[in-house]
Design a protein around this ligand. Sequence first.
Ligand code: G3H
Ligand code: 13P
Ligand code: ZN
Length: 348
Amino acid sequence: MPLVPMRQILDEAAKGGYGVGAFNVNNMEQIQAIMEAANETNSPVIIQASRGALKYSRMIYLKKLMEAACEEYPHIPVAMHLDHGNSLKTLQEAIDLGFTSVMMDGSLAEDGKTPNTYEQNVEITRKAVELAHPLGITVEGELGCLGGIEDGHGAGLSADQVNDHLTDPRQAEDFVAKTGLDALAVAIGTSHGAYKSGRKDPKTGEVLPPALAMERIHQIHQRMPNCHMVMHGSSSVPKALVDIINQYGGKMPGTFGIPIEQIQDGIKHGVRKINVDTDSRLAITGAIRKVFFEKPEKFDPRDYLKPARDAAKLVYIERMKAFGQAGHAGDYTPMTLDEMKAVYRKAR
Ligand code: G3H
Ligand code: 13P
Ligand code: ZN
């Protein structure tokens, strides 16, 4: 099956009342693990690559790996999505490479750090839609800013500053109307990486769950029941995975993620795409550390990359089940980009 437009995957998820995991990839093992998980759970899936991933994989390798994935599992609808595109040029590169969906992250300037004004965000996101829709390509935009800067993304806002950059539901309505985007990434207090909570118990020093503004999602859904929302920074950072890393020589104190129940609450209220990267990184790192620690004589990369791939696959399977996409791969006939073009043309 060729890659399908992400818009269709999200529309179908909305019809079925479920969410779809969008998993970040950088290499063959992650792509294989996602596809094996999707095959075993019969799930449609979104695979996404950041700018960093495109650079690391030198673009063409990622393209060919994705082609292989679609060829091996022709019954699985897969969208290939650019994560956090910073300019129209980056979007064009991804489109040229065969991506079926792009994110124009106009919440930030091209440097990926400085918050844009609302007007700048509207303008660049609208231009992204003008570029992508005539080609049948889906567009995700973002309103508000995520917290943290741990992975080099984002405005580096502190927990307090994040509150000033949460998505305003009324502005969201205006943003969607003015840009015509397909999916809206919302800022509700999540951040990228493994340290999502600045809150600590003053007595014990123990990290407390991050305070999320879930009510903003509820309000946006009430205002725009047909708007597909995206939750970034949605790794759950399971303690069990961090414990493996720490048990085998790692040092990751004070981690915290997004509880699955909160994501499920979001899915009940219009969240259709859930971005997960860190959980896969944790699983892979823990599995590799374990081999290095227990079998220091090993030096064949397959001896640790295979367990790493298997560990990532388990995470993907769990998320596919928890988000509800499991069992839905065969619900619909995937659309081509040409068919999607016609849909956008009609809507204009
Ligand atoms: O957007 C955040 C993702 O976790 C991608 O991170 O830029 O390190 O590939 P990356
Ligand atoms: P995590 O760091 O929580 O996995 O978030 C990934 C993400 O939002 C990619 O855009
Ligand atoms: Zn993100």
